[in-house]
Ligand binder design. Sequence first.
Ligand code: FAD
Length: 444
Amino acid sequence: KKIIIVGGVAGGATAAARLRRLSEENEIIMIEKGPYISFANCGLPYYIGEVITDRDRLLVQTVEGMSKKFNLDIRNLSEAIKIDREKQTLTIRKVDTGEMYEETYDTLILSPGAKPIVPPFKGLQEAENLFTLRTVPDTDKIKAWVDEKAPEHAVIIGGGFIGLEMAENLVHRGVQVTIVEIGNQVMAPLDYEMASIVNKELKNHGVNLIFNDGVQAFGDKGNKILLQSGRSIDSDLTILSIGVQPENDLAKKADLDIGARGGILVNEYLQTKDENIYAIGDAIEVKDYIQQTPAMIPLAWPANRQGRLVADHIHGQPVSYSGTLGTSVAKVFDLTVATTGNNEKLLKALHKDYEAIHIHPASNASYYPGGSPISLKLLFDPNTGRLLGAQGVGIKGVEKRIDVIATAIKGDLKVTDLADLELAYAPPYSSAKDPVNMAGYVAS
Ligand code: FAD
């Protein structure tokens, strides 16, 4: 069999490695338009912030290393530009030379990811200090700007994960940061009251927050940003991080089905409407695990999991993807912010029956030094006891509690079962009644 994978980072590289582990026989070609494969997207902000100092550490696998280790035909600086489903061919363009050629396939896996949303703002083209962050070359450009121009003031447009991670890392580099957010809170997966705790942390670290306002236009080569409210702010460096949109050009041109929000549509085996073409990662529409409704959830765990599942499915294993819970975690200065499942905003909008509880247990025994409170919010269905979601904000032990609840959700445990989870305890780590147990007691 000849299998071609489009996209050589999270989903693509995982699929390639797994395919090779499952069979020595198949010809596996991985096509990547950028210079690097399998790089650590999630580490990029920390390299700009000089928390990660060794650039090579971002490159998890090199083309040479991975080709050799897994006997793969990896072609970087190669862009897949057209799929002919009848002939089962993929047209590839060499990025350096523009040369085009075709490659036949038996099976195609699309893992092209998502790209930053860049609306056609007035003055955008002339804004020399405006960047988006997705790839290693983007990272190099931003880092060079910080190193060479020593910006005094940076503006981050969009208070999502990437925006907040960039805020922290720029503050770390001594830059004064303003975040402009069109909504009324940072970190959309959190509910408002939980996000308010994050606001305080940002302000305590000198970050200015502007809510309910967005960009109208850029002026003076990007040094001035005119906001929708009419307010104008100065910027020496602007990061546009208002979200991502799925890379769906190839799929669209090949007449594969696309969902309302641009995600490639796949079945539970991650096949598009053409059974020889699979699609995975940020480019696809998934099902929200709790509601089984369409969702776009661009995170690394789903991309990796799906990469492995398609390889297994191609090898005849009876696997399927059951949806994305959206479990996530981020560091915002001294805080850890983590979520899983649905938030209250969504449950309200869907008119679901739910109950929300808030607790503020200590991360570890109060008599042992170094503990701090965790703000934990749990959402469940009062009729069935089904766990619907959780959010945690605090300094220590937050992601552990959210991961336990995410596991409980996947294991179909009820809210009352949380009290019965026997979790590890010693004073430096927890209390004999863990915060997750406490949530179970309070809920029942
Ligand atoms: P990607 O990993 O983006 O890979 C897609 C690749 O396909 C790209 O390299 C692209 O160049 C290539 N490509 C696209 N079109 C073509 C084409 N036509 N031909 C050839 N190649 C093509 N997620 C988390 O869960 N936790 C985090 O902490 C986190 N932090 C992040 C920080 C940053 C700065 C960024 C940018 C992302 C972060 N993410 C994080 C998201 C995570 O990186 C993605 O969800 C994940 O990489 C998606 O995997 P993917 O395979 O779908 O796409």
